[in-house]
Design a protein around this ligand. Structure first.
Ligand code: IVH
Length: 674
């Protein structure tokens, strides 16, 4: 290509990439597939490599290019970056509004309501449409020059959409944040590498933006929302904040579409309520809403008090983090014997809910966070999630705090605790452990299991205590009289409970499998197992290899199931459940579930099979609608033959009955065979 043509192609590619960046990162509505975008970028890159003299700093290829710097240059903000006064309830917001109304001598003004992004403030300067500087807020007057890092943030345009129409120079302000999804991933990776974890997305954003090596910033996946015009030269800013946001948006800057304009205080209160209930639906963390008076002449009239404008206020959500004392670390023994440490806290209000317990995951996690008994700790409640201990406040240590170590004996039964080499969890391996019994029974009776409504925590504990039950099957031998004998059990509730227990015998096989409490086997896996094996007998006899053949079941689950049924006690429970009349085999009147390619066919299975156990193969045939007989007769349709088959194979040959290998059987099932 001659230089002119190269020049034009490069310009065209940059323009296209610029447009697609904007569609993808700013508007969230891409026009082309990722692969097409990548192809354009690759083409531009190779042209620039061949013509290094044509590379410009705002080319889409140049987001990460700068070398690590020894320190950040100081930047002075000619217009100081302010902070905001806070309101914590409707009353405080009303007081703010009343004050402003008094000074303005009217309450007829519009308010712009915005999500308050929990990140860190930045100021970006554009000159003739090109990004020339990015700075942190610092103390409001002096910040740090983080241009090289800001350039790596994909949602910050290096060039505006219509650079020729942009003001000569202007500064736009906003919040750099860590998307929640990227945050979770970052902490997982850090944990895997044994590095310290970030306490929250805001710390992670700050830590990532203030990296001396921009390549690290680039790898973190930060994003930006812009919400304020700092100053402008060579153009007239619009008269209202709302129009200013629209103006910024038109230039290609990323302005939050959730921002709304309301015409009264009521509107702002509604916005706050609505946003509070929706705040966990979005991929960024918010800690409140910001309410701003729309008209700029009103803003000017109101001015500031100290560093806070009178024309805006942050209406915060109740804090989701709080600091409290860690009084103790105790252990709960789960139904599979896992020893789960949890924090006993001095009760503290977190986001409107009093918390006195929080999860601590496992010993490694406690070590990594260096949490000690007696510490002041930060606790966090994120949405619906169980409260967690984020970490200790080490500055408040007195020296009296005690490091925690896992007990060597089960706190419930005293059996020695084991920890498998590749596992984070410590376990009690005594199946008769009373704590495990309790959790297993609770699980058995739960909604996803046998759904025995009315058999709650207290009753399970009372039944175990009274020695009336020790394992699930005992429930089916309880009499009304025995139930009535329990504390706070009237004749009516005893009768109801007895009925619900009896009715649970009819629960589908899937529910029974889920109720057994096999490790890693929840409702979904139970469904797969029930379909595949059709009976608990079939499931119990399947080895790990056979189980792992079931689509949707991986080697870990397969191993766990095999291990569960390798235990004599667990097998006995299944036998007892069957004897008590619980459904241990799926009924298929007319084959309710899957397709029935074997309907009306009679099979005999003989010899040792590879992918199946004998009963597994029989369950498979039944599942598909076939019948299985013990001996070959004229009525037999197929004989499935494995290794060392014996006389049944001879019978089949004598009677002229088709012989199938295991593979033939599978092919027949999928309609490919015979
Ligand atoms: S306006 C004078 N709008 O909150 C106006 N700030 O607590 C000052 N923040 O320093 C900023 N979301 O870092 C504004 N939509 C939003 C915001 C927002 C987050 C931050 C900003 C500010 C801090 C004040």
């Amino acid at each position: 290509m001659i230089d002119q043509a190269v020049n034009e192609r490069i310009a065209a590619l940059r323009e296209q990439l610029n447009l697609h960046n904007h569609r993808y990162y700013v508007l969230d509505s891409p026009l082309i597939a990722d692969a097409e975008y990548d192809a354009l970028l690759r083409e531009l890159r190779s042209l620039e490599e061949a013509h290094p003299e044509l590379v410009t700093s705002d080319s889409p290829t140049q987001r990460v290019g700068a070398a690590p710097s020894p320190e950040f240059r100081e930047v002075v903000h000619p217009v100081p970056m302010l902070s905001l006064a806070n309101a914590f309830d409707d009353e405080e917001l009303t007081a703010w509004h009343r004050r402003a109304s008094g000074l303005l001598e009217t309450d007829a003004f519009s308010l712009v309501c915005e999500p308050k992004i929990d990140g860190l403030a930045v100021a970006l300067i554009y000159e003739r449409g090109h990004l020339v500087q990015g700075a942190t807020r610092g103390d409001g007057t002096r910040g740090e020059d983080v241009t090289a890092n800001v350039r790596t943030i994909a949602s910050v345009p290096l060039v505006l959409q219509h650079p020729e129409r942009a003001p000569t120079r202007f500064e736009v302000r906003g919040e750099v944040y860590f998307p929640r999804s990227a945050f979770a991933r970052l902490n997982e990776e850090r944990a895997d590498r044994g590095e310290s974890l970030f306490a929250n997305p805001r710390n992670a954003a700050a830590g990532s933006l203030r990296q001396l090596d921009p390549r690290i910033t680039a790898s973190r996946g930060l994003a930006v929302w812009l919400y304020q015009l700092g100053w402008v030269e060579g153009a007239e800013a619009p008269d209202t904040h709302w129009e200013t946001l629209e103006w910024l948006r038109e230039m290609g800057l990323r302005v939050n579409p959730e921002i709304d304009r309301v015409d009264s205080l009521d509107g702002a209160q509604d916005y706050h309520r609505r946003w509070e209930s929706r705040r966990f639906e979005v991929d960024y963390q918010t800690d409140g809403v910001v309410v701003k008076i729309d008209r700029r002449d009103y803003q000017r009239h109101l001015g500031f008090v100290g560093r806070e404008p009178r024309w805006a206020i942050a209406y915060k959500f109740p804090a989701e983090q709080a600091t409290t004392r860690l009084e103790d670390i105790r252990i709960n023994v789960g139904r599979t014997g896992a020893l789960n440490p949890y924090a006993v806290l001095e009760p503290v209000n977190v986001g409107g809910v009093t918390i006195s317990r929080a999860t601590l995951h496992n010993e490694d996690d406690i070590r990594r966070k260096d949490i000690r008994i007696g510490d002041w700790v930060i606790v966090e409640r994120a949405g619906e999630v169980i409260p967690q201990v984020v970490g200790p406040v080490t500055d408040r240590r007195t020296g009296a705090e005690k490091p925690f170590s896992m007990p060597t004996a089960c706190p419930a039964c005293g059996t020695a605790v084991v920890r498998e080499a590749d596992e984070a969890m410590h376990r009690c391996i005594n199946a008769a452990c009373p704590a495990q019994r309790y959790e297993r029974l609770r699980h058995f009776a739960s909604k996803a299991g046998m759904d025995i409504d009315g058999l709650g925590e207290k009753l399970v504990a009372a039944l175990l205590e009274a020695g009336l039950v020790s394992d699930a099957h005992d429930l089916y031998h309880l009499t009304r009289e025995q139930l009535e004998g329990l504390e706070r059990m009237g004749p009516r509730s005893a009768a109801n409970l007895a009925d619900t227990i009896a009715a649970s015998r009819e629960r589908p096989l899937t529910a029974v499998i889920a109720a057994l409490g096999i490790r890693h086997v929840g409702a979904e896996t139970a469904e797969l197992l029930a379909r595949r094996f059709g009976s608990l007998a079939g499931l119990m006899d399947a080895g790990a290899d056979e189980l792992a053949q079931v689509p949707g079941i991986g080697p870990i689950i397969a191993e766990a199931i095999a291990l569960h049924f390798a235990n004599e006690g667990n097998r006995r429970i299944v036998a007892e459940l069957g004897a008590a009349g619980v459904r241990v085999q799926e009924e298929r009147p007319g084959g309710a579930a899957g397709p029935q390619p074997f309907a009306g066919l009679r099979f005999v299975v003989t010899g040792r099979l590879e992918g199946f156990t004998r009963s597994g193969a029989e369950a498979f045939i039944k599942e598909l609608g076939g019948a299985v007989a013990g001996s070959v007769s004229k009525k037999t349709d197929y004989v499935v033959v494995g290794e060392e088959p014996g006389s049944k194979r001879d019978d089949a040959v004598r009677l002229g009955i088709p012989i199938l290998s295991e593979q033939d059987l599978a092919a027949l099932a999928t309609g490919e065979g015979a």
